[in-house]
Write a protein that binds this ligand. Structure first.
Ligand code: AMP
Length: 197
């Protein structure tokens, strides 16, 4: 894959395994000649990941609102920084630039970005693969919640199954490359039909 967008924490998290996973993923990007698209920051796992890609000879592209760049959290060592006006514009540009998405451990920002991409996938605005690197089971509770959403009738099985989950970055990259979207059939017609009862 030419370029993959990674969403991850602007914090490091407490366990060393989170940092280690970011380092390993960065190394893999560089060796597989996959460009990193990310939020452009010089903090937390975002910095660890970007530094690892750079240290291993890979290419890194950031996308950040002007205001955040002026707050001096921008990474100055990356190949290119796209400056945008708003967070919404930033997400749209990240989607346009990337062939796939990965979420590493993170907080609200990571969750927001991943949820938006999952919603794009559901609406077929984007068919690009989405992977979750479930380092040390960090996302177990969220995945349980998604399953709960399926069993309670708010998330469709096929949409749940379009999220690729792995604890291993090598496997995850291979799965993203092999992905073809699960057919979502006529779910919008089904929703309209259910709602008219
Ligand atoms: P969080 O998971 O809340 O730490 O937020 C990280 C995600 O949101 C990243 O993928 C970024 O794209 C975005 N983000 C949040 N905070 C920052 C920040 N200080 N600098 C750059 N991007 C950020």
């Amino acid at each position: 894959m030419k370029s993959i967008c990674v969403f991850c924490g602007s914090s490091l998290g407490f366990k060393p395994s989170y940092r280690q996973a970011a380092i390993e993923l960065g190394h893999l990007f560089a060796t597989r000649k996959t460009e990193l698209i990310y939020g452009g920051a010089n903090v937390g796992l975002m910095k660890v990941l970007a530094d690892s890609v750079l240290e291993n000879g890979g290419k890194v592209i950031g996308v950040m609102p002007h205001q955040m760049i002026h707050n001096e959290i921008a990474h100055n060592g990356i190949h290119k920084m796209h400056a945008v006006s708003t967070m919404a514009e930033r997400k749209l540009m990240m989607v346009t630039l990337s062939d796939a998405f990965i979420a590493l451990p993170g907080g609200y920002g990571t969750l927001d970005e991943m949820s938006e991409i999952l919603t794009y996938n559901q609406l077929r605005i984007s068919d690009k693969p989405i992977g979750l690197l479930n380092v040390d089971g960090y996302y177990d509770d969220l995945l349980r919640f998604f399953d709960h959403g399926v069993s309670e009738g708010f998330i469709r099985d096929e949409h749940r199954n379009n999220l690729i989950v792995s604890e291993n970055s090598y496997q995850l990259l291979d799965q993203l490359a092999a992905y073809s979207p699960v057919s979502t059939g006529k779910w919008i017609e089904d929703i309209k039909h259910e709602s008219s009862k």
